[in-house]
Ligand binder design. Structure first.
Ligand code: AKG
Length: 197
């Protein structure tokens, strides 16, 4: 709706650059990935009180090695998202948001990652809001269902801030979306050469 009186290319660009695959993971795959990372996450404490952090109520880690079954799933994400010519970050980013946690609007630093961000959502549904960085009245809410994969690139990645709404504000299409603890498993590619230094 917000796009009604705008240049239609803005809305089209967003639709093309933020794609969600529902039921990307089976229940078993979700459990298996969770079981591999939970022992590491459990040892850490959720961070709540850094006022300048983009994320509130989180703990995070990175993973390089996966067991055989989970490696297959991660490879399935990588091969769907990245053509063979694209240099990927080897580490997978694991972000664990407490039930009370949320991600404030931000654009991922171009120095640290490239044009594509692909994230699996484990344990809960949540709502991601994309707000145009320059035309802030333009925004879109995206339902990130449990076990879905989102692929954000191009315009959605560079022109929009993204956030994960807190439980208090978590609504989609007028309906409350209960956001419980959320673990995301995120694959990225190398920064563009012009952004590296
Ligand atoms: C980020 O790492 O920049 C995020 O916003 C993570 C989004 C997610 O948890 O899927």
């Amino acid at each position: 709706e917000a796009y009604q009186n705008e240049d239609p290319s803005l809305g089209n660009e967003l639709l093309k650059s933020m794609i969600v695959h529902y039921d990307f993971l089976t229940n078993e795959e979700e459990k298996s990935i969770f079981n591999e990372i939970e022992p590491y996450l459990k040892r850490m404490r959720y961070q709540f009180d850094h006022w300048d952090d983009a994320i509130h109520g989180y703990r995070e880690t990175e993973r390089l090695q996966w067991n055989k079954d989970n490696k297959k799933v991660i490879d399935r994400v990588r091969s769907l998202v990245f053509p063979p010519s694209v240099a990927q970050l080897n580490h997978v980013h694991i972000l664990d948001l407490d039930k009370k946690g949320y991600i404030k609007p931000h654009i991922d630093a171009v120095r640290f990652c490239g044009d594509t961000i692909a994230g699996l959502s484990l344990l809960t549904d949540s709502v991601m809001r994309l707000v145009h960085d320059k035309h802030t009245h333009l925004y879109a809410d995206v339902l990130l269902k449990q076990r879905s994969l989102y692929i954000m690139n191009g315009s959605a990645r560079y022109d929009y801030k993204h956030e994960i709404l807190s439980n208090e504000h978590s609504k989609f299409d007028g309906k409350v979306v209960f956001k419980d603890r959320r673990v995301s498993v995120i694959c990225r590619n190398e920064p563009r050469p012009e952004d590296r230094d």
